[in-house]
Write a protein that binds this ligand. Sequence first.
Ligand code: GDG
Length: 475
Amino acid sequence: MRVVLLANRQPLSGRTDAAGRPQLTVGGLVSALVPVMSAGSGVWIASRPESSGGDGRIEAGGLAVRLVGVPDAEHAGYYQALANRAIWPLFHSLIPFAHFDLAAWKDYVRVNERFAEAALDETADDDVVWVHDYHLMLVPRLLRQARPSLRIGFFLHIPFPPFEVARVFPWARELIAGLLGADLVGFHTRGYAEDFDETAVRLLHGDVRRSEGGINVGRPARRVRVGAFPIGIDARAFAREAAERQTEIAVQRLRVALRAEEEHRIVALGVDRLDYTKGILERLLAVEQFLTAYPRWRGRFVFVQVAVPSRTRVEEYRRMKRQIDGAAGRINGTFGEAGWMPIRYLYRSLPRRELITYYRAADLALVTPLRDGMNLVAKEYCATRIDDDGVLILSELAGAASELHGALRVNPYDIEGVAQAIAQALAMPNEERHRRMAAMREHIARHDTDWWASTFLTELMSGGLHREPPALLDA
Ligand code: GDG
């Protein structure tokens, strides 16, 4: 079976690492799908603005990529204005961040048409098409209209919002009808799948009826299956790289540089794209609150925040960066001393080995998004803790909270609650830390990227019912 995969962003950054291997672009979707696509014979279709080269094909690192050229102005409307400034904030239930613009919507429609045309061109009758994420929600319907018998899957990497939020989107009916062109629509959690079902039925009433494990569309009815497929990571690769001698040495060096051993300092870590959904500002305020409420930890607690630049041309992101810079400076100014600064703030993307070094060096990870489809950083942190040590503090508003029961759960808006969770993590007995981490590692190892992709694709091919994924999930 050949998979034709559609995702806005192409996975190859165009750069190579020291060993000459192609470097990947940073982001959850790319991290998850590259292992799937580099193992097979399929093609990855992505967009590229004309000024960056437009139409093209690239093959590297076992990946075949077809690039769909898009005029720059149209790309800006589709990507910056509609996908990133309208759908992204709204689907994370952050309504005040959302901006709606008819011209941008038209660009979105046009780019979705371009993707559908490229997919039809690449796809033989027995191939399957797997469409990804919120940039391409109209594509399944366009493909269904052009080729009714095609196998089409869609996976949404971000949350699906409750009906009352979804209906705010001025073209919500078109988006939902777009997705209903698929045979199978997948989400990270059962909660998102249920919100989608409810939204579809209430917005498109008459044409759409609920059925066990999915939705019936039109008359005679065509069945669209809807299910939860929590995304995994390449857990084995993370564990292997974490165990390498080179990583061990780097971890020791880093802990020495942070004076973690010599002065018994605790190292806490946050890793995110710099995005307002990730709750970085609130997390800094929680660190400030922790140092205020538990003064005995001053001088003995270091919080490292890695923030990867993202969507730097969007105004909301620039404003948020100024706020985060300001808060980090203020907290260091208030508490810092000659030999100790509570916050180390890295505003750049780290090479993968360095990222793994930070994961392994951290006594606790603060993963506190305001809303997050899944959050792979939480899973990666656990997968690298091959010593079964370390504490994960996890937002209950991240999809990952449905699976990672060994984490300390927090409400990211509750600054005092997060500060208390830090204190609880620091007081946790060794045995409890190990037990919690071992359970999470085992779950992550069993439900890895291969498990996720094969569960989705098997379901897409089988045509059976799917509501309960094999993993145990909360709503
Ligand atoms: C979307 C959804 C969902 C981060 N910093 C560096 C770096 N990263 C990598 C991490 C991880 C990925 O980026 C981030 O993934 P997340 O899942 O945390 O977040 P999003 O980018 O928002 O992803 C999310 C995901 O899609 C998958 O469905 O989980 O909810 O929002 O893999 O390792 N990688 C490197 N250097 C860094 O500095 N090399």
